[in-house]
Design a protein around this ligand. Structure first.
Ligand code: GLN
Length: 533
């Protein structure tokens, strides 16, 4: 069959969950046997979100092919269990960069380069690329931002053109909000009507409306929305708040969103979607047999989206262990030698989050020392592994002032140092060590217990690395490198001998954890936390 294109736009406010809606619809279509991919188009001018502070835009998600992308791609992978790539996330910056490069090459010689058709053609090329190259049955394209924004205009215009070109092979789903007014006890449809009107002004008639709501919508409300917005009654779908994002596919199934989509494409509906594994995960997630309290030490703790993949990995790992993981975010700047015992005494496990720069480092090192000395399960991710190495160097090896050259360029003991390949790099965008790399695991290690494999592949995003000059000193004193890159010899994991569970990894296992394929390392860590006396 030829690829079908579904566009998901958003109205009224941001943060309505276009990403989760897209992933949920994709899940249902995938569970019916179709191949599906999801793409996010972001209207900002950064070429990618790699240089954005997590406070601005949440976590930067890294794909296997080393693209720094929007965190929604993490949801796509967690829901679908299929890898995404650079092609799944395109920003306005990248679109303009491509067009300007073509202009400089002379591809448009003689022409005035304009938003329409040149920018819109480039947008359309990026949308159709996934269908043309990989022949997916469905490509779901989520348009970032809210309809009516100046910056999303070229995207909506591209959708308009594609709907025209592709005819019955394209559909638009518009996600809006039906707010509830407490004072009058009413649900209000006017914002939805207005946002559909804006979409119509830009030439796009939505085929399906998904209405986010805190309260059940009755048939009258659905009828009213259908009437005012030129959509069929059956194509007005309610999306009510649920306790976990992983329940949204089931809610959308109840609302027959997948069936409405298939019918509108003129496709046979076929059998029920196969969601056994999904349901069994949800069942374990919702009926835990125990609870465990884990502290995540980071510096973007006010915004939980900054550590999205880590929190989701704990949900997957919790379900594996039939255990509810209560993850508490603690700001590393609040931790000092004086209060660390008090702050951390009630946790069964400590995670040190990834990060950049020297702010909050001291607290992370104190928390690491606390975990090492008190034999509390410890999991250091990327910067977290570097903290474990620095703490061990300072407090066990007696390397006074040991540091990463990221924090102190002139330290006497650069136990973490800039990678060779990074020296001389001056551009900040997309130049880290990015993407999936192989890692060879030492038998008998905690890593091996978790992965049960000699060679794994995990994703990276960093510039600094364990300094192999100190390899033997660390190993002899009890901090053992247990994961090594077979090609470069870089140390990708360290463990502490004689500790119940102390693992630091230079890679980001959280990026590859999915509902159907939870991260073995997160699962092993949660298990160790449940066994802590
Ligand atoms: N800042 C560290 C580095 O660049 C760690 C990066 C991270 O935690 N993702 O090596």
């Amino acid at each position: 069959m030829s690829t079908k294109y579904i566009f998901v736009t958003g109205g009224v406010t941001s943060s309505l969950g276009k990403g989760i809606l897209s992933a949920s619809l994709a899940k249902l279509l995938q569970a019916r046997g179709y191949s599906v991919t999801i793409q996010k188009l972001d209207p900002y001018i950064n070429v990618d979100p790699g240089t954005l502070n997590p406070y601005e835009h949440g976590e930067c998600y890294v794909t296997e092919d080393g693209a720094e992308t929007d965190l929604d791609l993490g949801h796509y992978e967690r829901f679908l269990n299929v890898p995404t790539s650079q092609a799944n996330n395109v920003t306005t910056g990248r679109i303009y960069q491509n067009v300007i490069n073509k202009e400089r090459r002379g591809d448009y010689l003689g022409k005035t380069v304009q938003i329409i058709p040149h920018i819109t053609d480039e947008i359309k090329r990026n949308i159709k690329y996934l269908g043309n190259k990989y022949k997916f049955d469905f490509v779901i394209t989520e348009i970032g931002g809210t309809v009516g924004d100046i910056e999303s205009l070229p995207y909506i215009e591209s959708v308009r053109q594609l709907k025209w070109e592709l005819g019955r092979s394209a559909q638009v789903i518009h996600l809006t909000l039906v707010p509830y007014l407490n004072a009058s006890g009413e649900l209000k449809t006017k914002p939805t009507q207005h946002s559909v009107k804006s979409l119509l002004e830009e030439g796009v008639q939505p085929d399906i409306l998904v209405l986010r709501t805190e309260h059940q919508l009755n048939d009258d409300i659905k009828k009213k929305v259908a009437l005012f917005c030129n959509v069929e009654e059956g194509a007005v779908v309610q999306s009510i708040d649920v306790s976990t994002i992983y329940e949204v596919p089931l809610k959308m199934k109840e609302e027959k969103l997948d069936i409405t989509v298939l019918k509108k494409f003129g496709m046979p509906v076929g059998k029920e979607p196969m969601l056994e594994a999904w349901n069994s995960f949800l069942n374990r997630h919702k009926n835990p047999k125990m609870e465990v309290d884990i502290a995540l030490i980071g510096k973007y703790v006010e915004l939980h989206d900054a550590y999205k993949s880590i929190s989701e990995s704990f949900i997957h790992a919790g379900a594996v262990n039939e255990c509810k993981v209560n993850l508490t975010f603690i700001h590393s700047e609040e931790i000092s030698r004086r209060n660390v015992d008090d702050i951390l005494k009630n946790y069964s496990g400590i995670v040190i989050a990834p990060g950049f720069g020297h702010r909050g480092i001291r607290g992370k090192i104190e928390a690491t020392r606390y975990a090492r000395e008190n034999k509390v399960p410890f999991f250091g991710i990327c910067l977290g592994m570097q903290m474990a190495v620095i703490e061990f160097a300072r407090n066990v090896l007696g390397f006074t002032g040991a540091d990463s050259t990221e924090m102190n360029e002139v330290t006497k003991y650069p136990v973490i140092d800039l990678m060779e390949e990074q020296k001389g790099i001056t551009n900040m965008g997309g130049t880290m060590r990015l993407g999936a790399f192989a890692c060879e695991i030492k038998p008998g290690s905690k890593m091996y217990d978790a992965y049960k494999k000699d060679i794994i592949s995990e994703r990276h995003r960093h510039r600094y690395e364990f300094n192999n000059k100190y390899y033997e000193e660390f190993e002899n004193a009890g901090m053992v490198p247990t994961g090594i890159n077979p090609d470069s010899g870089l140390v990708e994991a360290v463990e502490l001998k004689g500790h119940p569970w102390f693992v630091g990894v230079q890679f980001h296992p959280e990026y590859s954890s999915t509902v159907l394929n939870p991260s073995p390392l997160f699962s092993a860590f949660v298990k160790a936390c449940t066994q802590k006396e």
